[in-house]
Design a protein around this ligand. Structure first.
Ligand code: ADP
Length: 263
């Protein structure tokens, strides 16, 4: 892919975005969207103005995380040929745009080729009415495919956060993403190790589930600083199922401890 071969960065037309943080993983299902959501809530809790762009077009899950999947983003006409997008706001005032906020039915798949997806993502960024944002978090398409690469190169991303689970170490899949990001000159903040352990409800003992290796060992192997390790948390899963994840994360001291020092 060469280094920094595309240097043309796109800009939002309806607002000002100070910092873009990309959250990426080697594959789907490791908790990338969950980490994006938790980070967004932590930042909003600190008083920052926050937006979330769900760039995982084929597996969009941010609306469900925030319990706004029944709502719809609005297309507001600007002139005969153009429109701007009004994002959906969560209870905490986080502005969210996602393919699932635009399609008629949440379960309809997006059957588009790469260039079309890339065009839509660019529009999500440039045409959404973001207003003044301190942080825009991007739930990146997983892996090293065309869409992830294009987003990394055309969005002015300040830094990337890599999310992995302990199983990724075996498959090397996360290392591929790290190498891709390094090759195009992206700034990587570090690694969040998700599902690193489960805590015993009775004695509080932390038990490793997928690998005996520590998260520190894994981060060292990947060559990144370990930002934090997240437990498998069934209370979070339950809150998600009930569409109450935002409130749960906001009130949970666990996530203050884990993410408090990050921004
Ligand atoms: P990705 O964005 O990487 O595809 P998700 O964030 O959508 O992954 O997570 C996949 C599934 O795993 C979701 O059902 C989510 O609720 C669950 N999950 C993710 N992280 C955790 C965690 N730390 N504890 C419990 N469940 C989790």
């Amino acid at each position: 892919c060469g280094s920094n071969s595309i240097s043309l960065k796109i800009m939002p037309k309806y607002g000002n975005v100070k910092n873009i943080i990309g959250v990426i993983s080697g594959k789907g299902g490791v908790g990338k969207s969950t980490v994006t959501g938790i980070l967004a809530i932590q930042l909003a809790k600190k008083g920052y103005k926050v937006g979330v762009l769900d760039a995982d077009i084929t597996g969009p899950s941010m609306p469900r995380f925030f319990g706004i999947n029944e709502q719809r983003a609005k297309m507001v006409p600007v002139d005969e040929n153009n429109f701007k997008i009004q994002p959906v706001e969560t209870k905490l005032g986080i502005k969210v745009i996602s393919m699932n906020l635009l399609t008629q039915e949440e379960d309809q798949p997006v059957i588009w080729r790469g260039p079309v997806i890339t065009g839509v993502l660019n529009q999500f960024y440039t045409d959404t009415m973001w207003g003044e944002l301190d942080y825009l978090l991007i739930d990146m398409p997983p892996g090293t495919g065309d869409t992830a690469l294009t987003v990394m190169q055309s969005f002015p991303i300040k830094e990337l956060i890599i999310v992995s689970t302990p199983q990724d170490m075996v498959s090397m899949i996360v290392k591929k993403v790290v190498i891709m990001a390094q090759k195009i000159g992206a700034n990587i903040r570090g690694l969040v190790e998700n599902m690193a352990y489960i805590e015993c409800e009775d004695c509080g003992k932390k038990m490793k589930v997928f690998s005996k290796k520590s998260s520190e060992e894994f981060a060292q192997y990947i060559g990144l600083p370990l930002l934090c390790e997240l437990p498998i948390n069934l209370d979070l899963t339950e809150a998600l199922e009930e569409g109450k994840a935002e409130q749960y994360v906001m009130e949970s001291p666990l996530y203050d401890q884990l993410f408090g020092a990050l921004y």
